[in-house]
Design a protein around this ligand. Structure first.
Ligand SMILES: *Cc1c(COP(=O)(O)O)cnc(C)c1O
Length: 357
């Protein structure tokens, strides 16, 4: 089996794949999960359990709704300002990478984006720290983990303004205090399940204040009122996400997976810092636990290392084109043994290439 370090859609546990494939053949009385009614009691049970597991694992307080939507995190770039930003008003955005950038781009259809800080000039190798969020901002938006650049924001800035977070690539990887947020969104395919499902966790009281008329499918309130069944939901993606959330719960929940994620990241960064051939690309204090970006001191060795990795069963290590080099994505389901295998690979490569650095 190959070690899957791909950035997304992500690796999921083998047992989840097995259970999902058996439900394709027989979910209930010989019927496939793909052919049953989404209004059947069995599928309503799947939606109910998925929402319950999200609430339980993330300790979602009362007063928040958990929504299972479609359109990816990318649709949230528009739905957030459409639902939260009154016409012509300003929202504060932290610019930490391509995804933040794309979120900023959509604001102009509704109001103004005020970029409170940016690390664009250094190709997003760090997270800006000292900035002011004006108190009259409609909300403050940031990306908790920058999947492409390998930076992660671990402490939330103190602000009275409602906080909106794109948590696509680190949701469920570490404990968070949901009460500090007003809206969290995440495409499922980085750490929760397959593509096609988007999770939104929204504080009910912030909705309905823009005075704007919003098309039903783009209005969080329709999905709250419809219990995430306003229209046909992504049935199979929800089912597989539910299986994965069950797996996460059986492992001891987020507290336990966080310990594992810390250990995986520490082991790999330690090797990157020790190995004479490799170098990390980000500010040490902002290093992501989910996406570890690194390059080679001698760029001419990058192709041979990529080939060596491929021949030895490693998948998805190529860095994003805007950073180059390598990116090891280490989502929840990536086994610790794969991380150790990668470290061994880097050490073996160093052994045979010591003289060409
Ligand atoms: C992948 C990713 C997105 C885009 O998600 P889609 O579901 O493809 O729209 C947005 N934000 C972050 C942080 C991501 O990692």
């Amino acid at each position: 089996m190959r070690h899957n370090f791909g950035a997304g859609p992500c690796i999921l546990p083998q047992e989840v794949f097995k259970q999902a494939s058996s439900a394709v053949l027989d979910f209930k009385d010989g019927l496939s999960i793909l052919e049953i009614s989404h209004r059947s009691p069995e599928f309503e049970g799947v939606v109910e359990e998925t929402v319950r597991l999200i609430k339980e694992l993330l300790n979602v307080p009362s007063g928040y709704s958990v929504l299972l939507l479609q359109g990816g995190a990318s649709l949230q770039f528009s739905m957030v300002p459409m639902n939260l930003l009154p016409d012509g008003k300003t929202a504060a955005y932290l610019e930490t990478g391509v995804w933040a950038n794309k979120a900023i781009k959509e604001v102009k259809h509704f109001g103004k984006a005020n970029i409170v800080a940016s690390s664009k000039e250094s190709n997003f190798t760090f997270i800006p720290k000292d900035y002011v969020i004006p108190e009259d901002s409609a909300y403050f938006h940031y990306t908790s983990n920058n999947t492409i650049y390998g930076t992660e924001l671990f402490t939330l800035p103190v602000t009275k303004v409602p906080v909106v977070c794109d948590m696509s690539s680190d949701i469920m990887s570490r404990q968070i205090d949901v009460s500090q947020y007003d809206l969290i969104y995440a495409g499922a395919q980085k750490n929760i399940g397959p593509a096609g499902l988007t999770i939104v966790i929204v504080k009910d009281e912030i909705l309905g204040k823009t005075g704007r008329s919003i098309p039903s499918m783009l209005d969080y309130q329709s999905h709250i009122d419809g219990g995430s069944m306003y229209n046909t939901p992504p049935v199979f993606s929800i089912y597989v996400a539910m299986l994965n959330l069950r797996w996460l719960k059986s492992k001891g929940g987020i507290a336990e997976i966080e310990k594992e994620n810390i250990a995986k990241a520490r082991a790999l960064y330690t090797e990157i810092d020790r190995n004479t051939l490799f170098r990390g690309t980000c500010a040490i204090e902002d290093r992501s636990r989910m996406n570890v970006c690194f390059v080679m001191e001698n760029p001419e060795l990058e192709k041979p290392f990529a080939k060596f990795a491929d021949e030895n069963g490693f998948e998805g290590l190529k860095g994003h084109r805007s950073v180059g080099g390598f990116r090891a994505s280490m989502y929840n389901a990536l086994p610790v043994t794969s991380v150790h295998a990668l470290i061994d690979l880097m050490q073996n490569f160093e052994e045979t290439h010591k003289n060409n650095k």
